[in-house]
Design a protein around this ligand. Sequence first.
Ligand SMILES: C[S@@+](CC[C@H](N)C(=O)[O-])C[C@H]1O[C@@H](n2cnc3c(N)ncnc32)[C@H](O)[C@@H]1O
Length: 269
Amino acid sequence: MPTALASDDRYGFDNSTSDARDQVGHLADYLDPHTFAVLESLRLPVAGRYADIGAGAGTIAQWMAEHGGRNGSTLVIDLQPQHVPPHPRIEILNQDIATVALQPASFDAIHARLLFMHLLQREQILTNLVDALKPGGKLIISDWATDHLDDMFIDGPDTVRQVFGTFQHTLIKVLDGHGMDSTWARRVPAVMRSAGLSIHSGQTYNRVLRGGDPGMLLHASNSRQKEKELLEAGMTPPQLTLLRQAMTNPDVLTRSWPMHTTIGVRPAA
Ligand SMILES: C[S@@+](CC[C@H](N)C(=O)[O-])C[C@H]1O[C@@H](n2cnc3c(N)ncnc32)[C@H](O)[C@@H]1O
C-alpha cells in the first residue's frame, strides 16, 4: 500500500504565469526527440496503462496515448495541468503526486521528466510509484543535474559569459531554496534499486546549444518566470536584459544541464 504523505507542492515554477506556456513548450521542443527515442526503444506494450507525472505541455502523455491505441489508457497527474491538451484516452488528475494513492500493480509504464528533482519527498514518492507498477512495468525518470554550472558556457562575448554564469548560479540557488536537489539525477539508479526495481538502462542527454535553440530560449523564459526572486537574490535588470538578448544570439554557444534518464523495471512477482 502507498505510504500517506504530506503535500509536496513547493515547486519553484508556476504554470499559471504568462511565461509558463513558453517554458513547457521549450522543454518539449528541446527534450521530446530524446524522450521519444527512449520510449520507442522500450517497446512498451500496446493497449497498456501508462502514467505521466508532472506532464507540463502534455506531449509525453500524448505519445503514450497514441502508443497505447484504442484499448490503452494514460493518466496525467500534475499540480497545474492546464497546458495538457484534451485527448480522448488521457485522464487528467489535477493533484499533488504526494497525495495521490495509485492502485497497486496497475501500470505498464510510469514516466516523470523534470519532476522528482523538485519534490521534497522524492524517495518515498518513488517507492509509491514502484508499488503502482505491474510486474515487468517500467519507471522512467529523467532529471537535470545542475551542479556543474561553470562547465556550461562554451563561446561568446565575455560580458555574456559572465552574465550567463551569474544567472545560472542565482537561478539554481533560488530553486534549491524551493527544495530542488541538484544532484538527485545521478542518485536515481541507486534509489530505484533500494525501492526494489532492477535497472533496465540509463543514459545522459546533453547538447551544444546556440542562441535561438529551444534549450536557450528556456533560460530566457525561466529568467522571466523567476524575475522577482532573481532580482531579490542580487541580479540586476540590465543583467537580465543582456541574458535574454544573448539567448537569441546564434553566436552564443552553451551546453545544457545534462539530463540523466534512468529506467527501472519491477521484477516479475
Ligand atoms: C519542469 S516541469 C516539467 C514538465 C514536463 N515533464 C517536461 O519535462 O517537459 C514540472 C511539472 O511538474 C508539475 N509538478 C511539480 N510539482 C508537482 C507535484 N508535487 N505533483 C504533481 N505535479 C507536480 C508542474 O506543475 C510541472 O507541470
